[in-house]
Design a protein around this ligand. Structure first.
Ligand SMILES: C=C(O[C@H]1C=CC=C(C(=O)O)[C@@H]1O)C(=O)O
Length: 404
């Protein structure tokens, strides 16, 4: 434990010092919380692990979309961990190294000199919008034909939007803006030096949570509509109209989760919903599932369920194998970490360790000044290609409206 005593520290300074030193770093804010948390891995590289909550130390996990049995999960070890309040006061700190260690020197010395910025550079959308629209809509039509032929029931097709900033964007500023705009999202920024990428996003979808009291949680999230009416007024969630297609699309995700519980003979789950939830500029239908792992005497439930759930039918489809094959054959980009999962693992809180993994949605990959936004839409036999395209545009706007 370091003896570097500090009660206030701008996480911007630490983040920038980590990037300068080439250390992997993850910055996040849990939904409906105000604390910001930061992990820095001073090894300089991200390791690949099998995600096992019982085995892993404190850290931050990041998974690609393709990750059978969660065996190829990237893991940032918490060599340094801080929890800050909104004003930047340090609420908790755990450093593995003492004063004099090169990593402590690199982070605290370089970090303390960093000037405060709060501007975002300008950006332009590089890719002409229609170059993506036509191939996307054609792929949606192919998917609908396959669904009608009975190949699968649902598939989630995604597309990208490429943007270019006129200077490297300031991640802490962007992160703070996302936190302010989307209080009920999981907001995160992850720096992966091996890939020379930063992934930043504000996702509404929890994949697996393991609370200190042993409660396991997951959700079935699907169905999308704008949170605003045609005159731009905010809709009331309770008045949101849902079509048969959207109700069915969300029900398939719920059925998939219940199927996973059944596989491992868990009957003691609590199901709540579906209800309409607001996710920034959008609304979705969400059902919540929880299990008391202590009451059912199943401490490994989180690890087992994660392997069964990922990728859920909210990002892949049903049946999973057929849908995944269609995605790999019909999407023109690699998803990489989009629609994978990410989040803190075994973070020690006063009552015990907690883990919270979220599906990596409403996100952007940043490589220098180039950004790639990702968005997908769940397709069923009642989908309309033009409507699905508009839905992906709305999903890109979750981040774009904050960037502009
Ligand atoms: C695949 C995405 O969203 C998923 C989560 C909520 C609603 C969805 C939908 O309505 O299609 C998607 O299943 C995305 O944001 O890229």
């Amino acid at each position: 434990m370091s003896s570097t005593v500090q009660t206030r520290q701008d996480f911007r300074a630490l983040w920038e010092a980590a990037i300068l030193a080439g250390y992997p770093a993850a910055l996040w804010r849990l939904p409906n919380r105000t604390d910001r948390e930061l992990i820095i891995d001073a090894s300089g590289t991200v390791s690949t692990v099998g995600l096992d909550f019982e085995e892993l130390p404190m850290g931050f996990a990041v998974s690609p979309f393709i990750n059978p049995d969660a065996e190829n999960t990237l893991f940032l070890k918490a060599d340094f961990y801080w929890r800050f309040d909104e004003e930047g006061n340090i609420l908790a700190v755990q450093n593995k190294f003492s004063d004099g260690h090169p990593a402590v020197e690199a982070l605290y010395r370089k970090g303390s000199k960093t000037a405060r910025k709060d501007v975002l550079s300008n950006l332009e959308v590089v890719e002409p919008v229609d170059s993506q629209q036509d191939p996307f809509e054609k792929a949606v039509s192919r998917a609908i034909r396959q669904i009608k032929r009975g190949k699968f029931r649902k598939v989630v097709l995604s597309r990208t939007k490429t943007i270019r900033f006129d200077a490297q964007p300031d991640i802490p500023t962007l992160f703070n803006r996302l936190c302010n705009a989307y209080p009920n999202a999981f907001v995160s920024a992850v720096y992966l030096p091996d890939r020379n990428q930063v992934w930043i996003g504000a996702t509404p979808e929890r994949l697996v949570s393991l609370e200190a009291n042993g409660v396991f949680r997951t959700v079935a999230l699907a169905g999308t509509q704008s949170a605003f009416d045609s005159e731009g007024r905010t809709k009331r969630a309770m008045d949101a109209p849902w079509t048969q297609k959207e109700i069915e699309e969300q029900a398939l995700v719920g059925r998939y989760i219940i199927g996973c519980f059944k596989k491992i003979r868990i009957r003691e789950y609590i199901e709540e919903g579906p209800r309409t939830v607001v996710a920034g500029n959008l609304m979705h239908l969400r059902s919540d599932y929880s299990v008391d792992t202590q009451a059912v005497n199943f401490p490994q439930l989180g690890t087992v369920m994660l392997r069964l759930l990922h990728p859920t039918s909210a990002v892949c489809g049903m049946p999973r194998e057929e849908a995944q094959e269609f995605i790999l054959q019909n999407e023109s980009h690699q998803r990489e970490l989009y629609s994978g999962f990410l989040g803190p693992v075994n973070i020690f809180q006063t009552k015990g360790a907690e883990s919270h993994l979220f599906v990596n949605l409403r996100c952007m990959k940043l490589e220098g000044q180039d950004g790639t936004l990702y968005a997908g839409a769940g397709l069923t036999e009642d989908s309309s290609p033009a409507k699905e395209w508009r839905e992906t545009e709305l999903k890109c706007d979750t981040l774009l409206s904050i960037l502009r």
